[in-house]
Design a protein around this ligand. Structure first.
Ligand code: MN
Length: 460
């Protein structure tokens, strides 16, 4: 069997969380359950209406572009992408063709082609009305005209995992920038993968592209991975039989876990793109609000910056760092505790308790107190777990709980030495672990076993 080189490129659509829609003042609310309430003549596509550009949407895309080190356009424009579909009644989608807002950039080592801005379509609901006895489709225009950011990667991804990792990192970035909820189940982030497999010899620029198949509507990271794996296997099998892969768009069948043909792919010129005469050309560089320096200054800490900082300042295990990067609320707790403790050697210990013992957040002050008590040998690790459990269930102060529950360990060396000597007298020549056990028994389990052991080693 010859070797096959898979090539994957991603196209990701993201609904931006702006107050209003892309070209009108209708509310943009992805949580609205009642159909067709956030609508107006503009987003319904009535003839004679005029679109107005939503600045916040442009700003959001520029911020994403700067975060991934893309090149922000000096000049941009909106184009009409013409096609007929029931969910786009004006007969075209306003998008960007030749002059996207952002070109290039990189995320997770994957080069980006472009990031542009367009409008979402209405939502078709097929056979949703049980009262109708015929096959039917309903249209909900709440989504029509919602600002959509489209990000396209270069075809440089080689594995299904790399693709889903990329999508995960993008989702994280969008959340950090607060530009989208980016919830895949809700359709706020929609992934399409272009997949080809080639057994050809590399060309001069080291490219070996096979026939591209586009898989649409991948609505979770798991599905992204499964669909790409399936499609790679399917294409290799076709090539193995000496046949040719058909260039087409395929969907993902959730139940059967297979891709299935949807339609033959149109080429770009079928859309008859042309600049929308209703919208002004944008000279981005001339709009003060969009100045890259200003947008950069207002940028929050980005996921990869946070990873670096946690590694550098806290020397945490990589797995722990990922937890805090993905769940910033826990990261904030860790940082507050670290600040109170003022000792970076205790941060990993703190992290161990956060990751294994906390289901609901506790106050930083309480957690810091617990960590202090463990590191001073006042309580055992078991005791710390019990205290944290009680705090989460009914609240309370760590020290008060420790006293109440009899969790304070005897660490006083003089007291423990006296006990150790007694145990030794009764058990001459016994091994150390046995001696420690006897001493623990004598103190009804209240002694600090570490300190006891040290004392026995010293005496012997
Ligand atoms: Mn698009």
């Amino acid at each position: 069997m010859s070797d096959y080189l898979p090539t994957i490129g991603l196209e990701i659509h993201v609904e931006l969380a702006t107050q209003t829609k892309m070209f009108c003042s209708s509310k943009n609310d992805s949580n609205e359950k009642r159909p067709n309430v956030n609508i107006c003549p503009v987003c319904l596509g009535y003839p004679g209406t005029l679109p107005v550009i939503n600045q916040e949407a442009v700003r959001s895309v520029l911020r994403v572009g700067l975060a991934v080190d893309g090149e922000v356009a000096d000049y941009t424009e909106f184009d009409r992408k013409n096609y007929f579909y029931p969910d786009i009644p004006k007969g075209y989608q306003i998008s960007q063709y030749k002059n996207p807002l952002v070109s290039g950039g990189e995320l997770m080592g994957v080069k980006l082609t472009r990031i542009h801005l367009e409008e979402d379509t209405a939502k078709s609901l097929h056979n949703e009305n049980s009262k109708l006895k015929i096959e039917n489709s309903l249209l909900d225009f709440n989504r029509a005209g919602v600002p959509l950011m489209e990000l396209v990667t270069e075809p440089v991804i080689k594995t299904a995992t790399e693709a889903s990792d990329f999508a995960r990192e993008l989702q994280l970035l969008l959340k950090y920038l607060n530009v989208s909820g980016a919830n895949m189940e809700k359709g706020e982030m929609r992934v399409e993968a272009n997949i080809s497999v080639s057994n050809q010899q590399p060309t001069t620029n080291n490219q070996r592209l096979g026939t591209k198949v586009e898989v649409k509507n991948l609505n979770s990271f798991k599905v992204v991975e499964k669909a790409i794996k399936f499609e790679m296997k399917r294409q290799i099998e076709i090539l193995e039989q000496g046949e040719r892969v058909v260039q087409e768009t395929r969907g993902w069948d959730e139940k059967k876990e297979v891709t299935f043909p949807q339609r033959l792919k149109e080429s770009a010129h079928d859309y008859r793109y042309f600049p929308d005469p209703d919208l002004p050309e944008l000279f981005v560089a001339e709009i003060p609000d969009f100045a890259p320096e200003a947008l950069r200054r207002a940028m929050p800490e980005l996921p990869w910056e946070k990873r670096e900082r946690y590694k550098r300042d806290f020397r945490l295990k990589e797995g722990d760092i990922e937890i805090y990067v993905r769940q910033p609320e826990w990261g904030r707790l860790l940082e507050e505790v670290a600040e109170i403790l003022g000792n970076r050697d205790l941060v990993q210990l703190t992290s161990n308790y956060i990751t294994s013992d906390l289901k609901t957040p506790v106050s930083a002050r309480s957690l810091a107190e617990v960590v202090k008590m463990i590191s001073a040998g006042e309580i055992s690790s078991r005791g710390a777990k019990d205290i944290l459990k009680i705090i989460q269930e009914k609240g309370g102060e760590p020290r008060a709980i420790a006293n109440e529950q009899n969790l304070i360990q005897e660490s006083n060396k003089e007291v423990l030495e006296k006990i150790a000597k007694e145990v030794l007298r009764e058990n001459p020549g016994a091994p150390i672990d046995f001696l420690v056990g006897q001493a623990m028994k004598a103190t009804k389990g209240n002694a600090n076993p570490q300190v006891l052991k040290e004392i026995f080693i010293k005496i012997l």
